[in-house]
Design a protein around this ligand. Structure first.
Ligand code: AMP
Length: 289
């Protein structure tokens, strides 16, 4: 596995790969890798012949400087994990390489302003700006994102459609710990009791699936069972439990088409997110989480 730090180097390398008619897959990350990140590379390997991963903690998408300062990093371990899963080229730029007096941004209207966008003004502007820069730098054929950050994935898919990026976006399922907690770099900050409590989000989603499969379609009823389960397990505050339409992430009062139930809750200081996609096949409900 090669590691490069500059835009110039990665462009040169990808140009050579494309001349060999090999498709380039790309997994952008902020590092502190776990099996969730690696599963994205596994999917990308099925769709392309050369794997690029980036590690860049993008200051622009953090609205809390403390959160940015505390973001965990371990480049040595990350490099070993990336190599083992089959990454061919690891791109690790620094701030100066990525942002030189940046004055142009990519932003999104409605989709980026509710759920995680509401309390974090400018978050999705930061995400879309860095992802569009990375797309222009790497020029991949395929790029894989996690369902765990569903609002991010939907916003990126919309950006690619609206701005005509010639890139196939794939949304990969959420990888979980044994008790159901979604893997996340931020889980490192959970204290022992918070970690034990944190699987209550997953249990809430399971309860929601059960009542949906029994025929419930009211968003309020679904939100209620999730809230009950989270409150049982977690003394921290719930940021939101929302049911939204998949396509435009607008609030849905009832679940009658492809939808997302999205949850964000605090377990001590860490704020954890999770979600479930609800789809219908031959009138039967299918829950993906
Ligand atoms: P991050 O490093 O948190 O910016 O995440 C990089 C990519 O990994 C994003 O596309 C995330 O959605 C994805 N990701 C994070 N956690 C998981 C997980 N548990 N399962 C699958 N993908 C994940």
């Amino acid at each position: 596995m090669e590691i490069v730090h500059t835009i110039h180097e990665i462009r040169d390398r990808v140009k050579q790969i494309k001349l060999q008619d090999r498709k380039v897959g790309f997994v952008p990350t902020m590092g502190y890798l776990h099996r969730g990140h690696l599963s994205l590379v596994e999917i990308s390997k099925k769709l392309s012949q050369f794997q690029v991963m980036s590690i860049f903690v993008n200051k622009m998408q953090f609205n809390d400087p403390k959160d940015y300062a505390n973001y965990p990093t371990d480049l040595k371990k990350d490099s070993a994990m990336a190599e083992e899963v089959g990454v061919d080229l690891l791109f690790i730029p620094d701030d100066a390489e990525m942002y030189k007096n940046n004055l142009v941004y990519v932003d999104i209207d409605a989709l980026g302003q509710n759920l995680c966008g509401a309390p974090r003004a400018g978050h999705f502007r930061g995400v879309l700006t860095v992802v569009s820069k990375l797309f222009n730098i790497v020029q991949p054929d395929v790029s894989v994102f996690g369902q765990k950050d569903i609002q991010q994935a939907v916003c990126i898919q919309k950006m690619v459609n609206d701005l005509n990026f010639p890139i196939k976006i794939v949304i990969a399922p959420t990888r979980r710990e044994e008790d159901g907690l979604a893997m996340s770099s931020r889980n490192k900050h959970l204290k022992k009791d918070e970690r034990a409590n944190a699987a209550c989000i997953y249990r809430g989603l399971q309860k929601a699936e059960a009542i949906l499969k029994a025929g419930e379609r009211s968003s309020q009823a679904v939100i209620h069972v999730i809230e009950e389960e989270i409150r049982k397990g977690n003394p921290g505050s719930i940021d939101y439990i929302s049911v939204v339409r998949y396509d435009d992430l607008s609030l849905a009062e009832s679940i009658d088409g492809k939808s997302v139930i999205a949850v964000a809750a605090y377990f001590g200081t860490p704020r954890l997110i999770d979600n479930m996609i609800i789809d219908f096949e031959d009138g039967r409900v299918r829950c993906i989480y």
